[in-house]
Design a protein around this ligand. Structure first.
Ligand SMILES: [Zn+2]
Ligand SMILES: [Zn+2]
Length: 219
């Protein structure tokens, strides 16, 4: 364990669609042997001597990156995802030249900067997908101010990311409309996820409603 590292016993790991692309080498950058998984949830078993944020027994998570240069302008601003020295959780070459291995494993060692704490009320199994699918939606919503109570939010497509956009939107107090090409998703959108409205994108009359809502947001 390095001085800044946290050792994590992995208890759950979400399955991201990127994992499927990676194992099939769809992006032509696969490095084998590969261990996918970047929605990691588990428990700290050991912490290096410089680690201040975590101790053994803490419930933690790791997302899709495990290191960056930690000294460039992007890193200073908290945009480690734009760092030229960013290292992905798996299928990436680490500082020492070895490959990084992901969360479909029993343990992982990660620099404390790239470890997040799970709130007590958040179950590890249910929270794991927030570490990639969740943050992919939450971060831009916060950054672009799409978190204002009463504002109308249109969610285009109700898949892995779309369904969390609905949940975040409702948690922010927004009025959420799901726009989908699949009429069969109406029940899930309205009843299970709590969306306020559902529009079938192939239906021109229904889409007219969206145009009116869009102009009402411009206040
Ligand atoms: Zn992912
Ligand atoms: Zn950097």
């Amino acid at each position: 364990t390095g001085d800044d590292d946290v050792v994590i016993k992995i208890l759950y790991c979400g399955i991201c669609h990127s994992d499927l692309h990676s194992i099939k080498n769809d992006w032509k950058n696969a490095k084998y042997p590969m261990i996918p998984g970047h929605e990691i949830a588990g428990e700290v078993t050991e912490a290096g001597k410089n680690v201040t944020k975590f101790k053994a027994g803490d419930r933690v998570g790791v997302g899709c990156m495990v290191n960056s240069c930690q000294s460039c302008e992007s890193c200073d601003k908290g945009f480690e995802n734009h760092c030229p020295g960013m290292i992905f959780t798996y299928n990436s070459v680490d500082r020492d030249g070895t490959l990084t291995y992901g969360g479909y494993s029993s343990m992982v060692v990660v620099h404390e900067r790239f470890v997040v704490r799970f709130p007590d009320a958040m179950p590890l199994d249910k929270g794991a997908p927030l570490l990639c699918a969740g943050i992919t939606v939450y971060s831009p919503m916060k950054y672009h101010g799409l978190n204002v109570p009463g504002m109308h939010l249109g969610v285009l497509g109700l898949g892995g990311l779309g369904h969390v956009a609905v949940k975040f939107g409702k948690a922010f107090g927004m009025k959420v409309t799901v726009i989908s090409s699949s009429p069969g998703k109406k029940q899930e959108a309205l009843e299970r996820l709590g969306a306020d409205a559902f529009v079938v994108s192939k239906d021109a009359d229904e889409m007219k409603v969206c145009r009116r809502v869009r102009s009402s947001n411009k206040t």
